[in-house]
Design a protein around this ligand. Structure first.
Ligand SMILES: Cc1cc2nc3c(=O)[nH]c(=O)nc-3n(C[C@H](O)[C@H](O)[C@H](O)COP(=O)(O)OP(=O)(O)OC[C@H]3O[C@@H](n4cnc5c(N)ncnc54)[C@H](O)[C@@H]3O)c2cc1C
Length: 520
């Protein structure tokens, strides 16, 4: 993907696009991929970087959702379990089967969670990832060496999917581009245009780099703005009522030593009646999440002090060597685009099913849902958009469409495994110039060649794009990410032809942002 080339396609476009998709998160890029792979002409516009919103800030689980099972939402669980398996099949380089252990401290819990997880297995049917099993106390301790053993009665092991959300998103964007879609980051939509009949016929957007404003016309417009979708709905119908009840969730990242071994820990009932996960992620321990109703929807949501304390206090009861505040290497927050329900005030009880709304001007809004179900959501939205715009019917192709980088046995590539089939191209860069093999920082495994590869192929425009979403440095260890920022800026400036003023501004802006990921 090359932004200059994508932009020139937009500028030279004379025909209508079939689809314009607003929003470059999992939902929007999923829709762009679905429509492009059915043969439609697609333009996707993202106001910031791809994945800047919620889609890089999830718990990174491709799961049916054991919590939704407890809420009795069997259809959502069954659909998500099927989608989990499709994800593993189509992106095996990014999605892996992860074992989770639920520790139990009394006999009733052993029966309750043991039978609940059996139902979870049954619901997955032919899409199962492995059978759940009851563990003795000794087996639980062997598999979770840091577990609090006081009154421990045993545990239950079950299996779900785990993935790197931002990397998957970038690979999905590349897959959509390969199917012919045009995707622009840093292109914020600020106006929707309508024809004489009052129906939507296009959008106006601003290129954040130059400040220039452009118009694009299409047969149908999809609003996939996530938690921001209400502001886009208002561009179409100024008096529309809000449908989003935003809720924030945070994650804390710690050293691997707090969760040694391969297994994840699932705490089935926190003080606020939710579940909490501790998961091995990129050689670190990721712990979350929370569910806090919020008023303000921001691209860079701020973790609340109460949320940080809540996670630290909860894990204290489950880990012998529990992490403390000073052990946090990064904290990040994301906003759930939950759809309002007039009957419930507690966002934890709101449905994770997706919602499609078509307004009087034919703006199609798709929101809610989960990362895991992005493909099914996109299929549903594109099916409805085809009817809405009177486009010729075409079948959905994504169930069997491999995602960019898909490769079996990618773990053989070691530190480059996450790139799947692209690992070979990165190794080629190194073979052409051995300087590119150098590591960027002792705390990370990233090599200069990876950064060069991303800049040339994955459309990052800022050092934040590289450190937050192409690599995950900022989300893993914010202090160390600040330390490598000057080096990243220098490599980007060389590749993109930027000057020393650009470098200085980039470093300053990144340092300001990275402070939000540090807990003092
Ligand atoms: C804390 C947390 C943990 C989660 N964990 C999981 C999990 O483990 N597994 C799972 O399956 N799901 C999980 N989810 C849910 C999942 O992350 C979300 O459902 C999904 O990422 C939403 O994607 P989206 O594309 O709808 O929204 P977003 O990713 O927020 O994308 C919307 C995009 O629209 C852009 N945009 C907005 N307005 C405009 C405009 N005017 N012009 C152009 N662009 C615009 C935004 O910049 C943004 O990038 C979690 C959610 C949260 C909050």
């Amino acid at each position: 993907m090359n932004r200059t080339e994508m932009f020139s396609r937009v500028k030279s476009r004379e025909k209508l696009w079939d689809f314009i998709v607003i929003g470059g998160g999992a939902t929007g890029i999923g829709c762009a991929l679905d429509a492009a792979s059915r043969g439609f002409d697609v333009l996707l516009l993202e106001q910031s970087d791809f994945g800047k919103g919620t889609s890089s800030r999830s718990t990174k689980l491709a799961h049916g959702g054991v919590r939704y099972l407890a809420q009795g939402n069997l259809s959502l669980v069954r659909e998500a379990l099927k989608e989990r398996a499709i994800l593993l099949k189509n992106a095996p380089h990014l999605v892996k089967i992860q074992s989770f252990i639920v520790p139990v401290y009394n006999f009733q819990d052993k029966i309750f969670y043991g039978s609940g997880l059996k139902i979870y297995n049954l619901l997955s049917g032919k899409y199962g990832f492995g059978k759940s099993k009851i563990l003795s106390k000794d087996e639980t301790v062997k598999n979770l060496p840091n577990i609090n053993q006081k009154n421990l009665r045993g545990g239950i092991v079950y299996f779900d999917g785990q993935f790197d959300d931002a990397r998957l998103l970038i690979n999905l964007a590349q897959t959509a581009a390969a199917q012919g879609a045009t995707l622009l980051n840093y292109a914020g939509v600020f106006e929707i245009s309508k024809n004489n009949a009052g129906k939507i016929d296009g959008v106006s957007f601003q290129d954040a780099e130059s400040g220039a404003v452009f118009e694009a016309k299409a047969k149908v417009v999809i609003n996939a703005g996530g938690a921001f979708c209400d502001s886009i709905r208002k561009m179409s119908a100024a008096k529309s009522e809000k449908i989003i009840a935003p809720s924030q969730g945070i994650h804390l990242v710690f050293d691997k030593k707090f969760l040694p071994g391969e297994n994840a820990l699932m705490i089935p009932k926190t003080a606020d009646g939710r579940v909490l996960f501790a998961i091995p992620w990129h050689d670190k321990t990721l712990i979350g999440t929370t569910d806090t109703p919020i008023e303000k929807i921001e691209l860079e949501p701020k973790p609340l002090e109460t949320e940080i304390e809540f996670i630290l206090e909860t894990v204290k009861n489950y880990l012998t060597n529990a992490p403390r505040r000073a052990d946090i290497t990064s904290v990040f927050a994301g906003i759930r685009p939950l759809v309002k329900n007039s009957k419930t005030k507690n966002t934890a009880n709101l449905s994770r099913d997706h919602t499609i709304e078509i307004d009087e001007a034919n703006l199609l809004t798709i929101t809610g849902g989960k990362w895991t179900t992005y493909r099914a959501m996109a299929e549903d939205a594109v099916n409805q958009a085809i009817k809405l715009a009177g486009l010729s019917a075409a079948d959905c192709q994504t169930e069997n469409l491999k995602i960019h980088g898909a490769a079996e046995n990618s773990e053989q590539s070691g530190d480059l495994a996450i790139y799947g089939s692209d690992a070979e191209n990165i190794r080629k860069l190194i073979s052409e110039n051995s300087d590119l093999e150098k590591n960027l920082h002792e705390k990370f495994s990233y090599k200069i060649a990876e950064i060069v590869w991303m800049i040339r192929n994955e459309m990052p425009q800022t050092i934040e794009d590289v450190l937050a979403r192409r690599t995950r440095a900022l989300f893993l260890d914010a202090h160390s990410a600040i330390e490598i920022a000057p080096k990243i800026a220098e490599i980007m400036a060389g590749e993109l032809g930027k000057d020393s003023d650009w470098i200085a501004v980039q470093i300053r802006e990144f340092n300001d942002l990275a402070r939000n990921y540090i807990v003092e």
